[in-house]
Design a protein around this ligand. Structure first.
Ligand code: SF4
Ligand code: SF4
Length: 300
């Protein structure tokens, strides 16, 4: 039995692979993308958040906090984050304004939870998508989940940033039917600026994976002013076209709905003024891919 950190299970998902899917989000990610939709997934440990809409300002959390420094004060002073995640504020809060994000689960517990949806997968040709965070940040846990699902004949997909040791990625190949492989920027300098990590490992892993697996979907978040220039998108399209294993490209329009999540975690959102691209913008983004005969899909 292996245990790992899980922060959400999303049922009836239609954008994470074929059919109706159950997407399980694992905790922990080595990237720090400015536009991250799931910042609560980044830290591998359980997070404590403050949901301001539920707070009645009773002061109970401050009273019990051993640091007298509830985590939501981080917004004002990010450097002051000394929260030791003791959870006393969660227990003391009368309105559930203080909440845990993520919990430890064994592979067996997680499988038992997932297979409740089996009937939907059977009827729709769906299955389970393991996302994150970066699922390969918990390689053994991921492997055990995939292995258990395949043992039951369930379709599996892994949604990855590709930023992981190559051996960990390739170890999942026998148990994975589809990879959703994120490509954010090919410009190396800008990739490191906006994600916090270089992109060479991601590109090397993509090449290695494409040699041993034949069902990859490239996923590109389209972020105005960051990666939506015709040159950048054309470069990604050429990369996708060069790999026969790439079956389609998904363009995911940026949206800033995660802005409030950063606030709940006491963090500052890096792109507060960027707008969601409209339909004409997404059509323009798809053009370089269509010109190369790539099947594109916008959604998410
Ligand atoms: S979890 Fe953090 S904010 Fe909450 S009581 Fe403990 S130290 Fe304070
Ligand atoms: S205990 Fe809960 S309701 Fe009271 S101030 Fe803290 S977060 Fe708000």
């Amino acid at each position: 039995m292996v245990t790992g950190g899980v922060f959400n299970i999303q049922r009836y998902s239609l954008h994470d692979g074929p059919g109706i899917r159950t997407t399980v989000f694992l905790k922990g990610c080595p990237l720090r993308c400015w536009w991250c939709h799931n910042p609560e997934s980044q830290d591998s440990r359980t997070d404590i958040v403050h949901v301001s809409g539920r707070c009645v300002a009773c002061g109970g959390c401050r009273e019990v906090c051993p640091l007298h420094d509830p985590v939501f004060d981080r917004t004002a002073d990010p450097e002051a984050n000394r929260c030791i995640r003791c959870g006393q504020c969660v227990d003391a809060c009368p309105t559930e304004a203080r909440q845990y994000i993520g919990k430890e689960s064994s592979d067996e517990q997680l499988l038992a939870e997932l297979i409740k949806d089996e009937v939907f997968w059977d009827e729709s040709g769906g299955g389970v998508t393991v996302s994150g965070g970066e699922p390969l940040a918990q390689p053994q846990f991921l492997l055990e989940i995939l292995r258990a699902l395949k043992r039951r004949g369930i379709h599996t997909a892994v949604d990855t940033s590709g930023f992981a040791p190559c051996e960990a990625l390739l170890a999942t190949v026998p148990f994975t039917d589809l990879y959703l492989y994120d490509i954010k920027l090919l410009d190396a300098r800008r990739h490191e600026l906006y994600t916090g990590v270089p992109n060479q490992l991601i590109l090397d892993n993509l090449a290695a994976l494409a040699q041993v697996h034949n069902n990859l979907w490239i996923r590109v978040p389209v972020i105005p002013g960051i990666n939506d220039s015709p040159e950048e998108l054309a470069a990604i399209a050429r990369l996708a076209r060069s790999l026969p294993a790439v079956r389609q490209v998904n363009l995911l329009p940026y949206h800033n709905t995660a802005c409030h999540k950063f606030g709940r975690l006491g963090q500052t959102y890096g792109l507060p003024d960027v707008k969601t691209p409209g339909e004409p913008d997404m059509q323009a983004a798809a053009r370089p891919f269509k010109e190369l005969g790539l099947l594109t899909f916008s959604g998410g």
